[in-house]
Design a protein around this ligand. Structure first.
Ligand SMILES: O=C(O)C1=C[C@@H](OP(=O)(O)O)[C@@H](O)[C@H](O)C1
Ligand SMILES: C=C(OP(=O)(O)O)C(=O)O
Length: 422
């Protein structure tokens, strides 16, 4: 599917969907801890639905059309394959979790996840007595436990997601104190989210400055009342806030300002560049204004890169976004997809070492955009289109379903003339 967007103003109120990172973690926790868990405001993007199906394949019952009611007796697989869809987090979260069980379970998926490296899996899981079959560095592969909890050392420079999976799995099977020693951790806020969800379920894990994580079952508490509400998604919000900042006025009522989500950092960027912004009890409003070029290190919030590239394209002067090395193994190679987007829009940019340099301008060229089958590229390209010199067509527009299925509906609600074409 393609999206054809006519440039124009973006004005309105947008209710941002639930955080997919938190929804996926909530499903993992609800599976692991025996009993019933109520998840309010769970998201329904493709990645969240993949996580929901995975816990069902691992034996949980999920019912409910409002709050999700998850009932679990622990891991009791009803299938020998669990399917992560295209979700990197679901693959890396549920591979160690599936390995808690003694039957062979294959982690399958489709699309871009088949190319994304599953770094650490072959180094770590066998040390925990998990056997691996058919592992060639990528999905699909088969794990067979039961995992034996032991202290391990993990190198995580590519992705933090396997560490999240290990934290969930080791908290579920540790019977004595153990440690996970971590080198090269990036995307630290995502580990904070993991620790927050574990703590919500009574599994308190401490760490020494993200280098050594201490899991001590003596510190665990029984979480009798298990209910949690998923915050709105700052990653999805970042695109809408940038759209307001460059093309009109947007109000987002449902964001949690003290969130620990990585992409809440968009707020710091908007403040730094002098965006016209009000934050009140009822939400955050951002209006189009002149904004200064900025310098920002996005290594810990890599999903912000596409939206930041869109924002920088309309700031005065030059901007620098560091952390390019975090972009190679996402749904697309985002160094390639972001720079191609900038190039097609006629924006002057360069990549030097780990930094993307962008020179802002008043308007961008209109063009045919390759969405790279990557939700964040499609959304960033759609936002830039608001300030193009003519209509823009973006391929693979349906990719937005991975995190923000209503993205184009919300654009239309904000007055954007946007057509979806086969
Ligand atoms: O744990 C998570 O929810 C995520 C962690 C990040 O990945 P990396 O740890 O691979 O950077 C992020 O890019 C991804 O979209 C979601
Ligand atoms: C990279 C992303 O997700 P994941 O790694 O979970 O597929 C993303 O949402 O941008």
């Amino acid at each position: 599917m393609k999206a054809r967007i006519v440039p124009g103003s973006f004005n309105g109120t947008v209710n941002i969907p639930p955080s997919k990172s938190l929804t996926q973690r909530a499903y993992a926790a609800a599976l692991l801890y025996v009993g019933t868990t109520l998840i309010h405001n769970a998201g329904n993007s493709a990645d969240e639905e993949a996580a929901r199906h995975m816990i069902q394949q691992l034996g949980a019952t999920v019912t409910g059309s409002g709050p999700m009611v998850v009932t679990s007796k622990g891991i009791a697989p009803v299938s020998d394959t669990i399917d992560c869809g295209e979700s990197g987090l679901a693959a890396r979260l549920f591979a160690p979790i599936a390995a808690l069980h003694n039957s062979p379970i294959t982690i399958a998926g489709h699309g871009s996840i088949l190319r994304r490296p599953m770094e650490g899996v072959a180094d770590i899981l066998p040390l925990l007595s998990v056997s691996l079959q058919g592992f060639n560095g990528h999905i699909p592969f088969t794990v067979q436990g039961p995992m034996q909890a032991r202290s391990v050392a993990v190198h995580t420079s590519g992705s933090s997601q396997l560490l999240s999976g290990l934290l969930f799995a080791l908290c579920a099977c540790a019977t004595a104190p153990i440690t996970i020693t971590v080198a090269g951790l990036q995307s630290k806020p995502y580990i904070d989210l993991t620790l927050d969800v574990l703590a919500h379920f009574g599994r308190h894990v401490s760490h020494d400055n993200y280098k050594v994580f201490h899991i001590d079952p003596a510190r665990f508490e029984y979480a009798a009342h298990r209910e949690l509400t998923i915050e709105a998604d700052w990653s999805s919000a970042s695109c809408m806030l940038v759209a307001g900042a460059i093309a009109g006025e947007v109000t987002v009522p449902n964001l949690f300002m003290n969130s620990r989500q990585a992409d809440r950092a968009i707020l710091d960027v908007l403040r730094t560049i002098g965006a016209d912004m009000d934050i009140t009890d009822t939400g955050i409003t951002v209006r189009r204004s002149r904004m200064q070029g900025f310098e920002f290190d996005a290594a810990n919030c890599p999903d912000l890169f596409p939206a930041l590239a869109a924002l920088a394209s309309f700031c005065d002067g030059n901007s620098q976004v560091t952390g390019v090395h975090r972009l190679f193994h996402k749904e697309s190679n985002r160094v390639e997809s972001i720079t191609e987007m900038l190039w097609r829009y006629g924006v002057t940019f360069s990549v030097e070492d780990d930094t993307l340099y962008i020179e802002g301008r008043e308007k961008v060229q209109y063009s045919y955009m390759d969405g790279y089958k990557d939700h964040r590229i499609v959304m960033a390209a759609a936002v830039c289109a608001l300030r193009a010199k003519g209509p823009v067509t973006i391929s693979c527009a349906d990719a937005v379903g991975k995190s923000y299925p209503r993205f184009f509906d919300d654009m239309r609600l904000c007055g954007v003339a946007c057509e979806l074409l086969p």
